[in-house]
Design a protein around this ligand. Sequence first.
Ligand code: ATP
Length: 311
Amino acid sequence: MIEVSHLSKHYGSVAAVNDLSFVARPGVVTGFLGPNGAGKSTTIRAIVGLERPTSGSATVDGRRYADLRAPLQEVGTMLDGRGAHPGRTAVGHLMGLARTHGIGRSRVDQVIALTGLESVARRRVGTFSLGMGQRLGIAAALLGDPATLILDEPVNGLDPDGVLWVRGLLRALAAEGRTVFLSSHLMSELAETATRIIVIGQGRLLADDDLENLLATSERAGLVRVRADDQSTLATAARELGARVTTDEAGTLEISGTDAAAVGALAARLGVNLLELSTASGTLEDAYLSLTAQAAQYASNRDDAGRGATR
Ligand SMILES: Nc1ncnc2c1ncn2[C@@H]1O[C@H](COP(=O)(O)OP(=O)(O)OP(=O)(O)O)[C@@H](O)[C@H]1O
């Protein structure tokens, strides 16, 4: 379990992380999301002991990273897929890490097999594609069979097969009871892999919720999309019943304030033939954009209020 409690990190006058608290639980894939500069890397670096917090704390299973007896066996991290020396082979890199932690050759072979690197295990890391480098980073993170995994952008550079493989692997690792914490700027990817989402902006917590709940807050959730042979008659009637009707770029009607069954029944009463009738599900992207827009609005109101007070 990862616990971040009232964590703040200031660089001079910049508050990279500002009184941030959240918990990433075992058995769950937790996604960590935020715009560029939101403070994700700083938070992750504080969790793995690479940054000293200005105040607050970040612990793994109740202990600071620096106090872990065998970090590799407790927390697997992939902060940079290209962490290995280019002149080393994949197996050489993993053996080097394994030796410092008393991990045997058989575990090295296991993680090489698990990450699909058998055919390139003896190639120099400098010749690896971005995707192979990511697989090697994941292999290194798994080496100590840790209960907690922290992965920064794990699907970066992977081909579609690789992306599917990472999704399956991370879900399986969480299903074994591990804490899986990953950051990604690919929202659709996070929505496919994580079931809990933490969103930060300007160093502060914006949301910490189950994916399902976040998706339900998306403005598009429940929007009825319809194409028909006489859209203007249908649109007028729907508006008269109090629904809000807009048209997307492709000419499809998007109706809110009602549901698909009611729109279907209305069309039948009017004698309008439906060509398509569906209900849009929310996307993480929508939910995220509305959260970050609210945060920007709040910040600008706060700034305005501050300016007003000094006038
Ligand atoms: N060593 C540092 N010195 C000064 N400022 C820093 C330092 N590291 C980060 N910052 C600043 O802190 C803020 C948060 O940066 P951070 O890298 O944690 O964000 P991020 O969410 O990881 O962004 P990205 O998605 O772009 O990697 C930014 O304004 C950044 O410029």
